[in-house]
Every structure is written in C-alpha cells, then in structure tokens.
Design a protein around this ligand. Sequence first.
Ligand code: FES
Length: 58
Amino acid sequence: MVVCVCNALKERDVRDAARSGCQSPLAAYAALGRRPQCGQCIPFARALIAEERAGQPA
Ligand code: FES
C-alpha cells in the first residue's frame, strides 16, 4: 500500500524506517531521502511508526 503519494513511499518503506529507529514521520522520510510535501500522509505514517515501535523494546 502507498502511504505517501507525493513521495511514492510504500507502507513497507515507512515500517522499515521505523524499525531502524525513526521515531517520527519526518525522521522516517528523511532517512528515506524524502521530505513531506502535502502532509496528508503524516497521520497514517505516524500510526504505522507507532505500531512498529510498539512491538519493540524502548
Ligand atoms: S502524500 Fe505524503 S506528503 Fe503528500
């Protein structure tokens, strides 16, 4: 599933970034070499990141 249409980021990209330690959509996008543009994807990206991080030790 595509998370961010502006950057063509897929759900898996964002989840991978979260598992590598990115704690926010901004950090995840930066790690993927992208930047939020319209911002519509941010809540969804944030939820995905929270979900990944919930499964990890803090
Ligand atoms: S959909 Fe992600 S910035 Fe527009």
